[in-house]
Design a protein around this ligand. Structure first.
Ligand code: G4F
Length: 329
């Protein structure tokens, strides 16, 4: 029987890779998007343009329990991937209230509506390494204590706790992935990796000369989003629900990302990168590196991309995009 999946956040980086992955496995894929997105399809669905005709899109808002209830009362799902969130950490410092409202209530509404109407639907929650924050140990695994350092991280800890509580209190199949940073050519421009690779391309094309960044010493465990969405599904096809760290286990500084990205385009990063205090955060998460041995052992998951392949793919894609734009201009 064809399995039917619902994805919140389907227009984002992870949502688009997950939709492709599930379609490739023969799933019927549905997505929730806000009504405003439907009014601007060319921009909002750009990551999904190649598969859009194969998807069923429902207008709904994570801020409205009634709109989610309405979808679950009309359509039955086998699996629900809850990816939608305000996911930019820096923005969560600027507007903590709306990050907490959207991320916590949105997750709670999803779980409550499922419990009411489809308690048998399997639920995936997009947890984050930001939950570890001021890390208690290195590397971090499923047992590591949470100490979030941003409103975003706090909202993800609450979502994680809600998800576990629905599993324990109501016996629902609820799993959380604790995903470390995952990037790709579809990453939003506000995140540091895409900010770097898109600016590298603009510098190479002569459209910009400098790149202003914050903390170059921050370290992240960067993987590829296409690898990480495979882990999400593997969590939902197990006999029992559980929580898993998904990470490469490798760590690099923002400086090292710059070095590799500029070199890929034949540029010297030190000639173009400037440190700008405006991009520092009130509280930083300095050393995130994940121990994903449980996911590798129990899910049979492992990443296919390494750090260098990830950076090169992102730079190459941005170079192609900028050169294409220049030709058209
Ligand atoms: O790319 P970032 O903005 O990602 P961050 O904060 O690690 O969060 C991402 O990964 C999380 C998983 O751990 C997700 F949960 C979250 O939703 C998001 O996807 O920043 C990475 C690092 C930070 O330490 C930041 O201080 O890069 C540093 N950085 C230095 N200069 C910068 C900049 N970050 C941004 N966005 N812009 C800068 O100019």
């Amino acid at each position: 029987m064809t399995r039917r999946a619902l994805i919140t956040g389907i227009t984002g980086q992870d949502g688009s890779y997950l939709a492709e992955h599930l379609l490739g496995l023969g799933y019927e894929v549905h997505g929730i998007v806000r009504r405003v997105a439907l009014e601007d399809p060319a921009r909002r669905f750009n990551r999904l343009a190649h598969v859009l005709e194969r998807l069923t899109i429902h207008p709904a808002s994570l801020e409205s329990y009634a709109s989610l209830f309405s979808i679950f009362s009309r359509h039955e799902f086998d699996e629900c991937y809850h990816l939608a969130a305000q996911s930019f950490v820096a923005e969560s410092f600027a507007d903590g209230f709306s990050t907490l409202n959207t991320n916590i209530n949105g997750t709670h509404y999803m779980l409550a509506a499922l419990r009411e109407l489809q308690p048998g639907c399997r639920f995936y929650f997009a947890g984050s390494s930001e939950m570890f924050g001021k890390v208690a140990e290195v590397p971090q695994n499923e047992e590591t204590r949470f100490h979030p350092r941003s409103p975003y991280g706090i909202s993800k800890v609450a979502g994680f706790d809600l998800t576990r509580n629905y599993r324990e209190a109501y016996g629902m199949f609820c799993a959380s992935g604790i995903l470390f940073n995952h990037e790709s050519p579809r990453r939003g421009f506000e995140f540091v990796t895409r900010k770097i690779t898109s600016t590298v391309a603009r510098i190479k094309a002569g459209l910009a000369d400098e790149l202003r960044l914050g903390n170059l010493d921050a370290r992240r465990d960067w993987g590829h989003a296409a690898d990480y969405v495979r882990a999400m599904r593997l969590m939902l096809v197990r006999d029992e629900s559980d929580d898993y760290v998904v990470a490469t286990g490798g760590t690099h500084t923002v400086r090292e990302f710059c070095e590799r990205a500029f070199a890929r385009a034949g540029l010297d990063w030190e000639r173009h990168v400037r440190v700008d205090e405006r991009f520092y955060r009130p509280a930083e998460v300095d050393l995130l590196v994940g121990d994903s041995s449980k996911a590798r052992r129990e899910l049979g998951w492992e990443p296919r991309y390494n750090f260098e392949q990830l950076v090169d793919e992102m730079v190459d894609a941005d170079l192609r995009a900028v050169m294409g734009d220049k030709k058209e201009a």
